[in-house]
Design a protein around this ligand. Structure first.
Ligand code: GLU
Length: 300
């Protein structure tokens, strides 16, 4: 049985919805990315929508052009062709600066000189829980500049949304993370800021991503609203691929790299088939060509 009710999902979306695949070029493509890509392309095709490829290279210190080139090449080899893009966050500096300036004019941004250590000490770091920014710089009136981050003054709202797989969700970003960073003290745009600005300006209607990001959704909806988006995208957070020992896959786990599988002579449909099975989308790992991904969701 398909994991989502397609008709119900389509009813929440425009006729030709836009979704996105948004990897960060901080490593090589691995099976975890492929699982996400199967959900993204499969749903887009099943809904007769479009896929935007967005390279999330906001962290200039960790992104590399060789990773980016390899990512594009591996996607192409898998047969996963986007309808739009690739776009790159490094090309959007002017948009981010304008957006930040507009928030600043409304008194919603403040400079922060806290180090990670200051924050965990004051916030009372609880292992496995997100560290909440305790608001130390909120009312200090520090001028922005070299070595200082910039944070969003977030209201104490309850954010409610219905995830297409997980059902109704309720989050209070002020309690989860406190005021989020928009730009860090090295001048990098943060993931939370760039993703919201991009989903808005690029007209993304459907966000399909791993369940590890569900906790970020409330704050993204809140920031989106401040930027004028009253109707947030539709969200679907899917289960992550796990290793048999229960650990989440990471780019460091060499056994799941697409480059390694290619070098070992595994075909592209075999990689997709393996990923679909490991994600629980199929009951066997038989090869799955990229142009047949829709049937995982249409049940055809
Ligand atoms: N760039 C993020 C990642 O690679 C995905 C962000 C998102 O889908 O919102 O994990």
């Amino acid at each position: 049985m398909p994991p989502v009710t397609l008709g119900a999902l389509a009813a929440r979306l425009p006729r030709t919805p836009l979704t996105r695949f948004a990897p960060s070029p901080t490593g090589y493509l691995h099976l975890g990315h492929v699982v996400n890509a199967i959900w993204v392309w499969g749903l887009a095709r099943a809904l007769e929508g479009r896929v935007l490829l967005r390279l999330e290279d906001h962290d200039r210190g960790r992104c590399r052009s060789d990773y980016e080139a390899a990512l594009l090449e591996d996607l192409d080899w898998l047969g996963l062709a986007p309808d739009l893009g690739p776009t790159r966050q490094r090309d959007a500096t002017a948009v981010y600066l304008d957006t930040l300036a507009a928030l600043e004019r409304r008194g919603l941004v403040y400079a922060c000189d806290c180090s990670r250590r200051d924050i965990s000490r004051e916030g009372g770091d609880v292992p496995h829980l997100e560290t909440r920014y305790p608001g130390r710089c909120r009312d200090r009136g520090l001028p922005s500049g070299e070595g200082r981050g910039q944070r969003l003054r977030l209201a104490d709202t309850v954010e409610r949304f219905t995830d297409e797989l997980l059902g109704p969700q309720e989050q209070v970003p002020a309690l989860q993370c406190g005021d989020p960073l928009l730009r860090d003290r090295h001048g990098n745009w943060t993931y939370q800021f760039a993703v919201v600005v991009d989903d808005l300006r690029q007209g993304v209607d459907l966000v399909v991503r791993g369940a590890d990001l569900v906790g970020s959704t409330g704050r993204q909806i809140a920031l989106g609203r401040l930027l004028g988006r009253d109707d947030p995208p539709v969200y679907l957070h899917h289960p992550l691929l796990r290793r048999p020992d229960g650990a989440k896959l990471s780019k460091a786990a060499g056994d799941t790299g697409i480059r390694e599988l290619r070098a070992a002579g595994v075909s592209a449909p075999a990689v997709l088939g393996r990923a679909a099975e490991a994600a629980g989308l199929t009951t066997d790992a038989r090869p799955l060509p990229a142009d047949e991904l829709a049937r995982l969701f249409t049940g055809a």
